[in-house]
Design a protein around this ligand. Structure first.
Ligand SMILES: *Cc1c(COP(=O)(O)O)cnc(C)c1O
Length: 385
């Protein structure tokens, strides 16, 4: 099976992790802050907080921004469930903004309309989670302008987008957002097995996320309610979690970071090659916004179902039967049973639902060979005949 995505682990990666295993600290040692500093510098952000997953980073980001009961969090329905669940973790309510038919990111027009209506109804969101699908940045300048007018916070869910750029600047610099979140799950651009990071330029948000990452416990006397009882003393001043990243993960992340630019460049080579090889097929190829240099975590095509006799499901099954590990990113969140039980209706976000009936993620990962890519293309030709 040619998978839709997979990690590369080099001897350097292995040596880095083994060095940690032989050291004094396998968690909460020097590698975690080194990884944070390295990625913050790469992204031109002031602060970085490493955690055990992007899901945890999204949760901490929402907590740091004060999301709670009675608040609203908005995101796109075409994303992994974690982009929305983080709002529910905080007791907030979640709603969605339909997608743009060209980029599959949340639609700016739909956002404008929904904000206008929400203002009249007195239910403006506290947080918008902007998801950079496939690694292609949302139109952050426009979203930021709307956030100034309607006074909402912005979290960039850049789980797909580390190594990508927007207007020539690294995604993660938080120029147009409060916090940016990355994922280091093995299918993503770089990996720490499990892991995530939250970047911000606001020192208060960084401090809050650091506190919540480790139980809400502090050893900083200036934050305590009274003089310390002694050298052993700490205080819990918030209700936090154990979301810490281990030294093993950070060492792997640091080692992988050395190859980040190479990985994204390789993904672009593969995408260009797909574009040539698929140009005659009855599929819509991914459109690249001129403002964006995508991380290309995913390569998503849409079937032109009016031009073929097979159904979407038949094409998908044919590819899997031909050992092509295609996938579908994503099932619109509002159609999930958990969200249906909250009252979301089928038909509520028609662009997202239309997209779902046509989309297929083709294999895309940096160690993919041209021979493997050719196999994918010929299997797709066969499947859409
Ligand atoms: C993978 C992913 C997440 C969750 O990442 P984890 O590190 O597995 O928690 C969140 N949002 C998006 C868009 C993702 O693709």
């Amino acid at each position: 099976m040619i998978p839709y995505g997979r990690q590369e682990i080099t001897q350097d990666d292995i040596d880095s992790v083994i060095a940690v295993l032989k050291s004094d600290f396998i968690t909460q040692g020097p590698c975690v802050p080194r990884f944070e500093t390295a990625l913050a510098e790469y992204c031109h952000a002031q602060h970085a907080v490493a955690v055990n997953s992007a899901t945890s980073a999204l949760h901490l980001a929402c907590r740091a921004l004060g999301l709670g009961d009675g608040d609203w969090l908005w995101t796109t329905p075409i994303t992994f469930v974690a982009s929305a669940n983080c709002g529910l973790y905080c007791g907030a309510r979640v709603d969605f903004v339909d997608i743009d038919p060209a980029t599959y990111n949340l639609s700016i027009e739909a956002l404008e309309q929904k904000l206008e209506k929400a203002e009249k109804d007195g239910i403006l969101p506290k947080i918008l989670v902007a998801v950079h699908l496939c690694g292609q940045s949302c139109e952050m300048q426009k979203i930021y302008a709307l956030s100034l007018h309607y006074k909402f916070h912005i979290i960039e869910d850049a789980s797909h987008a580390v190594g990508g750029r927007y207007h020539g600047e690294p995604i993660g610099n938080c120029r147009y957002s409060d916090i940016t979140v990355f994922s280091f799950h093995p299918v993503k651009i770089i990996t720490t097995a499990e892991g995530g990071m939250a970047l911000t330029n606001q020192s208060d948000l960084a401090a809050k996320m650091e506190l919540l990452r480790s139980h809400g416990i502090t050893r900083d006397p200036s934050l305590m309610t009274h003089e310390t009882d002694g050298p052993w003393y700490y205080q819990q001043i918030e209700l936090g979690y154990n979301y810490r990243m281990t030294e093993l993960q950070a060492a792997l992340g640091l080692s992988q970071l050395d190859r980040l630019d190479e990985y994204v460049a390789r993904r672009h080579q593969l995408a260009q090659r797909y574009e040539q090889l698929l140009s005659e097929l009855p599929v819509v190829l991914p459109w690249q916004h001129p403002d964006s240099y995508s991380g290309l975590h995913l390569y998503i095509i849409r079937l032109q179902l009016d031009k073929i006799t097979a159904t979407h499901r038949e094409v998908f099954e044919s590819l899997r039967n031909q050992n092509i590990g295609v996938n579908l990113h994503y099932i619109p969140i509002h159609t999930q049973p958990y969200y249906q039980n909250m009252g979301f209706k089928i038909g509520g976000f028609p662009e997202a639902e239309h997209y779902y009936r046509e989309a297929i993620s083709l294999p895309m990962y940096p160690t993919m060979t041209e021979a493997q890519q050719d196999k994918v293309v010929s299997a797709l030709k066969k499947a859409t005949l």
